[in-house]
Design a protein around this ligand. Sequence first.
Ligand SMILES: Cc1cc2nc3c(=O)[nH]c(=O)nc-3n(C[C@H](O)[C@H](O)[C@H](O)COP(=O)(O)O)c2cc1C
Length: 694
Amino acid sequence: MKPRTHTLLMVTSFVPVILFKVVARTGPATLGQTRIAALAGVACALAQCLLSRKLTKQTTYLERAFLAFLAVATLWVFVMPEGIAMHFVTHSTSLLYIVLCLTTLLPQAFGFDPFTYAIAKQWYPESVWNTPQFRTINLHITYVWSALFLAAACSSFSGEGKPLFSILVPLILVLAIGLPFSKMYPEFYLKRKFPARPEEHALFEGTARDLISRMPLGFNSDAIPGLSATIQFLLSGEGGGDMVLSVKNGQCTFREGRESSPTLTINSSAEAWLKIARGEVDRPKALMEGLFSVQGDMALLMKMAELFRPPATDQSPERNRFEEKLDKEQSSVKGGKESMNVLAIQGSPRPKVSNTEKLLQEFLAGARSEGAAVETVYLKEKNIHPCVGCYTCWTKTPGVCVFKDDMPELLDKVRGADLLVYATPLYNYNVTALLKAFQERMLPLLDPHLVKESDTYRHPKRYSSGASGMVLVSTCGFPEVSHFDGLRQIFRHIEKSGKIPLVGELLVPSAELVLKQDFIRQKAEGIFKAAFQAGVEVVRDGAVSKETEASLQQPVVPVEELADMANIWWDSFQKDTARTSAQEKKLSQDMRLLLRGMALTFNPSAAGNLKATIQFDVTGRQPGAWFLSIGNGTCTYNEGRAPAPSLTIKTPSEVWLAIAAREKDGQQAFMRGEFKAEGDLSLLMRLNVLFGSQ
Ligand SMILES: Cc1cc2nc3c(=O)[nH]c(=O)nc-3n(C[C@H](O)[C@H](O)[C@H](O)COP(=O)(O)O)c2cc1C
C-alpha cells in the first residue's frame, strides 16, 4: 500500500463531517437542513469506509468515528422530537469533538492500538511498529490529542457552535499544538531514551565490520547485569556482513554468521551504520527514516550505548573509556589495594622441590603482607591439553575452546585476577612446556583480528576484564643473568600484545646452588628478602623497584666459584669421577672451595639426626677460619669461628687439600701429626661418609 493512498484517504475521511457542517450551516441551521446534512454526511462516511476498506482492507478509527457520529446524528434528527433534535443542531460540533475525544481514549482501554498508530505507521518504518517504544510514543501523542479534542469540545460548547469557537479555536489547537507535537515528539522521546555517544567513535577509521568486531572489547557487563542476549547485525555492502554479538555470563563474544533467533536484529547498510556510529547521522532519526531497521528487543537497542563503550583506538586523540578503565586498574595496582587478587601460575614440573617455588612463595608472602589475596595454581597438577590450533575459539565458538579440561576454569581465574604472576624455571631459554601449554591455551582471551597498535599489528583482548599487571618469576641453572634474555624478550611481547604491564622481573641465576643448597643459604638470605620486598613493592607501589630486581640477580659468590661448585655438586653423583678433571684440580688448590664443596656434597642420610659443628682453623698457604654446621639433615658453610664446635680441625691448607685430592691418606696424616683434631674424634672418623658421593 502506497503512503500516498493512505494520506489521501486520511484527508478524504474528513469530507463527510465537513459536508455535514457545510450543508447544516448554510444559512441559519434548521432541523430540515440538519436532516439533509446528516443524510448526506452518513452516506459520504459510508462511501469513505467502503473505499478505504477496498483500498487498504481496513478502516481507520477516524473513519469509523465519523461514520458513527453521523449515523447517530441521522437517527437523532429523524427520530427525536423537534425540541430535542434542535439541541443536536446547536451542539453538533461540540458533540463531534467529544466523539473524537472518546475515539482517542477508548481503543487502548480495550486493548486496541492507540488512535495515532495508523497515522504514525505511515511515517515510520515497519520495523519499529511493534516495539514497546513505538507504542509508548503513540500513547503519549494520543493523550495529547484527547486533551485537544476535549478543549475543542469545551470551546465549541461555550461558544454555542459559533464558527470562532467551534472551528477557529479548534483549528488553532490542531495546527499550533497537535500536529507539531505529533511530528516532533518521537524524536525527542527517542533521543532522551536512546543516548548515543557518537563522538567516541567519531574518528574511527575502520570498516563497520571492524567496529562491530571490536565491540566486545568495550563491553560493560554492569549496564544490564545478568543479560543473556544475541545481537544480530545484517550489514549490506562493503565492510559489512552478517555478524553476531553474544552476551552471556557477563561476557561478550563476536562471531560472523547468523543466529537462529536473535534477541535483536539490526539491518543496515555498512556505510550507514558506520555513519551512525561516528555520529554523522543522528541515530533516532536514522531509525525513523529507515536508514537502519530493527527487529526484536528495542529496549536492548536503547541500552547499547551503555552496554558497549568504545574500545581503545590509536586514532583517538583523547584517552577513551576503555583506556581509562585500564588506567584505573593500573592505578589500583600502583596505589596498592587491600583486596588485590594475585594469581600465580607455577610452571615448574617439580613444584615440591622447586627453586622457583621458593622464590615465588617469598614474593607472595610479601604481597600478602600488604593485604593482597594470593593464589597459586600448580600447572603440574592440572589437566591442560596442548592447543591443537583448530581456531574453534576464534571461529565457531568465539572465546570457548574445544577442550573441556581444567583450562576454562583457569581462564576464569585469570580474568578475575588483578596481578598475574608467571613463575617458571628457565627451560631452554624459555618457559617450561607446562607454562607454554597454558599460555597457548590463553588464545580464547584474544580477539582474532589484527589491529595496528603503534607500529605493530596485534590481537586485541576479547574481554575488558583481567589483570592490570604482570610479574615474571624465574630461576635458571647457569650463573649469568644474561641466560634470561630470551625469556625477558618474550615477556616484553606478551606485555605489549596483552596491554598488561610487566611490573616486575624476579630472575635468579645459579638457582640450583643459591636457592637449593643449605650450605650457601646464609648468603642467599638476601635473595629471599629481596623476593619478599618485591611482593611488598608490587602491591604497595604497583611495581618492583629496579634496585630490588637487581639485588635478586646479584651473584652471591663470584660467578666462577659458583660454576666450580656446581660442577663439584654434579660430580658428587658420579661414583668414579676422574681425578684428573679440571674441577678436581681446582678443588685441590682452593681450601674455601673445598669446604663449600664439602657442604654441597653433604649426605643427610648418613648423618641421621646428627647435630654438630666442625671448625677448620687453617694455616699454611690459604690461612683462614671456617666451620660447617650440621643439623636437621643439612650442612651449611660458614666463615669465621663457631662458638662451641663439636670438632676442631687445625691444619695447613696444603695438607687438607692433599687429603681431599686423595694424595694423602687422612688417617695416616693425623697419626703423623700433619693436622690436629680436638673434640669429638668419632666425627673425624665419619667425615668420608658424611661428605662425598650420595
Ligand atoms: C629441561 C631443562 C632445561 C633447562 N634449561 C636451562 C637453560 O636453558 N638455562 C639455564 O640456565 N638453566 C636451565 N635449566 C635449569 C633450570 O632452569 C634450573 O634448574 C631451575 O632453577 C629449576 O627450577 P625449578 O626448581 O623451579 O624447577 C634447565 C633444566 C631442565 C630440567
